[in-house]
Write a protein that binds this ligand. Structure first.
Ligand code: NDP
Ligand code: GDR
Length: 320
């Protein structure tokens, strides 16, 4: 019988790649979706017919219990969240409800309905925030710098706590930034590659950004969902950092992205205070030695390949 996976956040960037990956591995995939007045399946149209959708919401405990009853999952991937850092200052309470308490609701539903299942929590490098050491590994203390990061830190600790309290197979993947042509348009990488394509194609004249000196350890989402799956195949539940081990500034990203279409970013990029954050995370760089040695995980796409992949995608998308 096929292994059954329940994915929350299946309509998001990571959910779409993970669903494709698990279907290719022969899984039966159940996707949790929340009700909306217009369908939001843009990233999963290609696999829509192979997934069983269940309507539920992280805010509604009864719906989560019912989703687990219906899917009877062997593996649960909790990817749903309010995931955009700036929105977390505008909607701190809602972010806490989705991104922090949503984890409690999921874990408690699992404890009641599917205690034998394996649970993956989407933790984040944002928990390291104002970093205490460089590079960051599984033992680095947290110093979150946004309501989003604080909420993720709660979800992280709760996952560990449910593992220790109830013996659940519950793990956290501390994933550093990962991007793709399916990245939401408000995140800086996609905003840049979409902007580059618009400028090159004569549809825009400039690109307005916030702090272009911040540095991130950027990888490819398609690589990172493999690590999520591997974490649930281990004998013992454990937490892992997943990162490339290299850091680049937003400025580096701009240089390669504009360079790809023969332009210089200095001629088009303007700084706009609207995109500056009340508290910034200046530099992140992850040490994923543990994932490499214990999971046998390696990234396959480097920074330059990632930027080029995203620019070429947006040029084709907007140019067609
Ligand atoms: P996205 O923002 O692309 O996707 C978020 C998903 O969560 C969407 O499917 C969204 O559904 C769903 N969702 C939001 N609120 C609710 C709710 N109340 N009930 C049910 N579903 C909800 O995120 P990513 O795919 O980029 O990230 C996946 C997870 O990994 C997130 O938890 C994120 O915080 C975390 N993460 C991401 C990293 C990255 O670099 N991408 C790095 C580290 C962690 P809808 O389509 O209806 O809006
Ligand atoms: P991040 O991603 O906050 O790291 O969270 P984002 O792409 O939003 O920002 C990265 C860096 O770029 C700077 N920046 C801008 N960011 C945005 N969005 N828009 C701009 O115009 C802009 N100009 C400069 C930011 O200040 C920041 O330093 C992502 C999300 O996917 C989280 O859910 C996830 O947990 C972390 O990555 C790891």
């Amino acid at each position: 019988m096929a292994t059954r996976a329940l994915i929350t956040g299946i309509t998001g960037q990571d959910g779409s790649y993970l669903a494709e990956y698990l279907l290719n591995q022969g899984y039966e995939v159940f996707g949790m979706v929340r009700r909306s007045s217009s369908e939001n399946f843009g990233r999963i149209t290609q696999i829509q017919d192979q997934v069983t959708f269940i309507q539920a919401d992280l805010l509604d405990q009864a719906s989560l219990v019912q989703a687990m009853r219906e899917s009877r999952p062997d593996e649960i991937y909790n990817l749903a969240a309010q995931s955009f850092v700036p929105t977390s200052w505008r909607q701190p309470v809602l972010t806490g409800e989705f991104t922090a308490l949503g984890v409690t609701r999921m874990l408690d539903a699992m404890r009641q309905v599917a205690p034998e299942a394996r649970f993956y929590q989407a933790s984040s490098s944002e928990m390291f925030g104002k970093v205490r050491e460089v590079p960051q590994n599984e033992l680095t203390p947290f110093h979150p710098r946004s309501p989003y990061a604080v909420a993720k830190t709660y979800g992280h600790h709760l996952t560990v706590n449910y593992r220790e309290s109830y013996g659940l197979f519950a793990v956290s993947g501390i994933l550093f930034n990962h991007e793709s042509p399916r990245r939401g348009h408000e995140f800086v990488t996609r905003k840049i590659t979409d902007g580059v394509a618009r400028i090159k194609l004569g549809m825009a004249k400039e690109l307005r950004l916030g702090n272009i000196d911040s540095q991130r350890d950027w990888g490819y989402a398609g690589d990172y969902v493999r690590a999520m799956h591997l974490m649930l195949q281990q004998d013992e539940p454990d937490d892992f950092v997943v990162a490339t081990g290299r850091t680049h500034s937003v400025r580096d990203f701009l240089e390669i992205a504009f360079g790809r279409v023969g332009l210089k970013f200095e001629d088009y990029v303007a700084q706009d205070p609207r995109f500056m954050r009340p508290a910034e995370v200046d530099q992140l760089i992850g040490d994923s030695t543990k994932a490499k040695t214990k999971l046998g995980w390696q990234p396959t796409v480097d920074f330059e390949q990632l930027v080029v992949m995203m620019v070429d995608h947006d040029m084709a998308l907007l140019g067609s």
